[in-house]
Design a protein around this ligand. Structure first.
Ligand code: GLU
Length: 503
């Protein structure tokens, strides 16, 4: 018998049992996504003979589009498809994308990527929204649930990020798979895990009660007229039309600039339009959500140096004093590794603090997130104290910075997902989650600009100068992060008022 929403939300214990199924679907999806993302730059340079700068710009463009599309995916889910159908459609597009890449990554590279971009847009925001619906609006266990879910995200990121590229480069199964086929197998693996994600979701659906049903479904929580079939199919067709457009836009990165300058203002105008239709109290909550979204752009702009300038820093300025590990490998996967262990602990810490009535509210958690991020960047700055004359410094110390930055991420990213679901009205959940991720798109974009700024300052200089330039930059970023954290804590009474009953 199908569960009612009340039965799901009145669960006993720390976590609702459905969260585990969503955890696994998201884990496999992130395996596919991060597996592919981890191969992009390397593949473009080594296989498609792209110049380093070009490859980086194209990588940035893909990331910006991926997260920008989550807004579109969230919007269509709210209005026409519902979370479940959106997720399924997105998953199918991701499978098609990785199969195309598996068939011939050299010939169909941008086509495969474009499918993945659109598919992720439909999948990613909507699964997070479903996690939110497992909880009643004021259930204090929600942040812990999202922290657990976040561990799933990172388990997938760690496995996919490591395995796919290692297969592509022949470091794993190099003896079994012929050199000509390695990249096909690596991209193929991404499609296999995505199939697992969807199969898992098919089984999960049975226990989701009314969560994620299409608007207009007779059992849906928000009552609405049924959606005509042509509209639903229209969304599918429209998303397919987007594929060649994205393909062109990613291939020519100047389009990304135009796109980024347009999409943000347009979504804001649309949000203001939607805000005009809700009650005054709901409107205040949406304003609060916007404060979180805007701050998160700055957070990701600083944080996402990991894919850009920090990977160059890792390659040039770090030794292997951490168990002989490769510094770039540590930079790529260290954060995910820490999250898997820390996320459940931090989740339980929130529950523990809540029981003692001393749990910080979301805005203060965000502030703490920025402060940890800032301290982490100050530690990156301090790596220069351990440097030799060649400008090579300690990977151990760098890893300590990663740990602190990860603590910051855990105070902001899962909490952000959770607060989006609490502050949005029921019919705007998908869109607000999409906006949250759209902020990540801007973060990626800003990160690229910051990273490029750090990189240009070092022309014709020694490795030691590079160290000094980068670490000076990191000190500056650390300072911005700490200031943002303090500002957030200072404005917390004001934002709390906007949030009203939401904690
Ligand atoms: N690393 C997280 C994920 O992939 C966060 C994404 C973001 O908001 O930028 O889900």
């Amino acid at each position: 018998m199908s569960l009612t929403l009340d039965e799901i939300q009145n669960f006993k214990g720390k976590y609702p049992r459905q969260i585990w199924s969503l955890f696994f679907s998201e884990m496999w999806e992130r395996f596919c996504f991060y597996g592919m993302r981890g191969m992009l730059v390397f593949f473009m340079i080594s296989q498609l003979n792209f110049h380093e700068k070009e490859a980086n710009l194209q990588y940035g463009a893909t990331q910006a589009f991926v997260y920008a599309f989550t807004f579109v995916g969230g919007l269509f889910a709210d209005k026409l498809l519902g979370f479940r159908k959106s997720l399924f459609w997105g998953g199918l597009l991701m499978i098609v994308g990785s199969l195309i890449l598996a068939a011939d990554p050299h010939k169909f590279f941008f086509l495969g990527i474009a499918f993945t971009v659109v598919g992720t847009g439909f999948f990613k925001p909507n699964i997070s929204s479903m996690v939110g619906q497992l909880y009643k609006p004021n259930d204090s266990r929600a942040d812990a649930g999202f922290s657990l879910f976040y561990a799933g995200i990172n388990l997938g990121a760690l496995l996919g990020g490591y395995l796919c590229i290692a297969i592509g480069k022949g470091e794993i199964l190099g003896g079994t798979i012929s050199e000509a086929m390695r990249w096909n197998v690596a991209f193929g693996l991404a499609s296999v895990v995505m199939v697992i994600s969807l199969i898992n979701f098919i089984f999960t659906q049975r226990r989701l009660g009314t969560i994620g049903l299409q608007p207009g479904h007779p059992l849906a929580e928000v009552k609405a007229a049924p959606i005509p079939k042509w509209k639903e199919y229209g969304v599918y067709v429209l998303s397919l039309i987007f594929v060649p457009i994205i393909m062109k836009m990613v291939a020519k990165t100047e389009y990304t600039d135009y796109f980024m300058w347009t999409i943000g203002p347009l979504t804001l105008i649309y949000l203001f339009y939607e805000m005009s239709k809700v009650t005054a109290s709901e409107r205040k909550k949406l304003w609060a959500a916007l404060v979180f979204i805007i701050f998160s752009i700055l957070f990701w702009g600083i944080y996402e140096q990991s894919g850009g300038s920090l990977s160059i820093f890792a390659a040039k300025n770090l030794n292997k004093d951490l168990l002989g590990l490769d510094p770039n490998g540590v930079n790529n996967s260290g954060g995910a590794f820490f999250i898997i262990f820390l996320a459940p602990i931090i989740g339980l810490l929130w529950i523990w603090l809540n029981k003692r009535k001393i749990e910080p509210n979301t805005i203060v958690k965000f502030g703490l997130g920025f402060i940890f991020l800032g301290i982490g960047y100050y530690v990156l700055f301090a790596t220069r104290l351990f440097a030799d004359l060649q400008g090579i410094t300690s990977l151990n110390f760098f890893t300590l910075a990663l740990l602190i930055i990860t603590l910051g991420e855990l105070c902001l990213s899962p909490i952000g997902l959770s607060i989006m679901t609490k502050l949005s009205t029921k019919n705007l959940q998908g869109m607000m989650m999409g906006m949250w991720f759209l902020a990540s798109a801007y973060g990626q974009y800003v990160a690229g600009i910051i990273g490029a700024g750090l990189a240009t300052a070092k022309k014709g200089s020694t490795n030691y100068d590079v160290l000094i330039t980068y670490t000076d930059g990191y000190k500056q970023l650390g300072l911005y992060a700490v200031i943002a954290g303090v500002v957030l804590i200072l404005i917390s009474p004001f934002v709390k008022k906007l949030m009203q009953d939401v904690k």
